[in-house]
Write a protein that binds this ligand. Structure first.
Ligand SMILES: [Zn+2]
Length: 204
């Protein structure tokens, strides 16, 4: 394994731990896809979690502007699912606080816990296990910026874009592996449905 694991090494690790599955899946938003990814299944293993988060932190550290503010950098995740990566990256960077956003249900806006107050000008690195639809990460970016903090970068273990994934540029964006799954808007346009491949439902 390289210090920054290669795309192939990350895919092998995810496959071996059952985090990455090939087949025919329907997501809660109705998209059909030929692969399913649940990075949490790989993060169950401390050594794998460490390999991934240390690799990611090395990519982040290579950015001179971010490297210069590491001593005052907060690591923020959009939900608890990103926490293993967030803590791993924070440990590797020797960065400052880790915290996360949450919401009561899918229709509520993201918020931080009571008494968790951000500092105006605070430097924030957004971290998550996956960037897929980008909805939550975009909400988190707005939430962080609304309090006067500055988002300096975005780092995820896996970049798995869908046709609707927003572009975060010019924000520096880091990932260890990119997965180009096949996505279909619905059953009617899905080739896997047409070929009669058994369909598995996924939940978030
Ligand atoms: Zn289908």
């Amino acid at each position: 394994m390289h210090l920054v694991p290669t795309q192939d090494e990350v895919v092998a690790l995810l496959t071996q731990t059952g985090a990455l599955r090939r087949g025919h899946f329907v997501y809660p938003n109705g998209l059909h896809a030929d692969e399913y990814l649940q990075v949490a299944l790989a993060m169950r293993y401390y050594q794998h979690a460490k390999t991934l988060s240390v690799g990611l932190s090395r990519l982040v550290r290579a950015n001179p502007e971010i490297n210069a503010v590491i001593p005052e950098l907060s690591i923020v995740a959009p939900a608890t699912g990103g926490l293993p990566v967030a803590y791993g990256v924070s440990e590797a960077l020797r960065a400052h606080p880790v915290y996360w956003a949450e919401r009561e249900n899918e229709n509520e806006p993201l918020h931080f816990r009571q008494y968790l107050e951000q500092v105006v000008g605070e430097k924030v690195l957004l971290v998550d296990d996956i960037l897929r639809t980008g909805t939550k990460l975009m909400q988190l970016k707005r939430l962080v910026e609304a309090s006067g903090a500055e988002v300096v970068g975005l780092a995820v273990v896996v970049y798995q874009p869908t046709p609707a994934t927003p572009d975060f540029s010019p924000l520096p964006f880091y990932y260890l592996a990119k997965l180009d799954g096949l996505y279909y808007r619905d059953a009617a346009s899905c080739e896997l449905c047409q070929r009669g491949v058994p369909l598995e439902k996924t939940r978030l």
